[in-house]
Design a protein around this ligand. Structure first.
Ligand SMILES: [Zn+2]
Length: 194
């Protein structure tokens, strides 16, 4: 699936501000071949409604508006399970913006704590884990799916893994270190189990 117009968080924000290209409500009434199920995607903590249209096109295209995403699919996709399409689309969106967002958060945390891991990787982890740290190798892995959360939460997840480079387990020193750099960490502590 091609993501035609939105390939970074910056693009998403820019596009969110741009003028709408068509009257969406009017379009919805006109089309009778749309899927109006309750499809949603979270991107950087913001909820987007996803609307699917089928059209006589060869490749899928995606338009990101202020509060919704319009997906135009070739007619041949009609046979396909919409949840499968939505899941693929969601993963593509996350993959596209993960690199930029995670690097941004890592740079912020690096300046905060004064060190960084030897290496890091962005890939989906087993058991839906959102991140992990190999303290021995000094390597951190983040799932691209963390970009569903807002930037403050992403920074907490990054700081958490950086602190594991110094403290392997969630002992007192570990939480003291987190608190030093993020005094309000408790609002994230139980929400993101990392
Ligand atoms: Zn941890």
């Amino acid at each position: 699936m091609n993501i035609v117009k939105s390939n970074s968080a910056v693009a998403i924000q820019t596009m969110g501000r741009r003028k709408k290209v068509f009257n969406f409500g009017k379009e919805l009434k006109k089309k009778n071949n749309i899927t109006t199920s309750k499809n949603t995607i979270y991107i950087l903590g913001k909820l987007y409604q996803v609307y699917f249209f089928y059209s006589n096109t060869k490749v899928p295209s995606i338009e990101l508006e202020n509060h919704h995403i319009v997906v135009i699919l070739p007619n041949k996709y009609k046979k396909m399970d919409i949840n499968l399409i939505l899941n693929t689309l969601t993963e593509k969106f996350y993959d596209k913006i993960a690199e930029q967002e995670i690097e941004r958060a890592m740079e912020k945390v690096r300046l905060m704590v004064g060190f960084a891991p030897e290496d890091f990787e962005i890939k989906r982890l087993k058991d839906m884990a959102i991140s992990s740290c190999n303290a021995t190798k000094k390597e951190i892995t983040f799932s691209p799916d963390i970009v569903k959360y807002d930037r403050n939460a992403i920074e907490y997840i990054v700081l958490h893994e950086f602190c594991h480079l110094k403290y392997k387990i969630h002992a007192k020193g570990f939480w003291q270190m987190i608190k030093k750099y993020m005094p309000n960490y408790e609002i994230y502590k139980n929400v993101y189990s990392v």
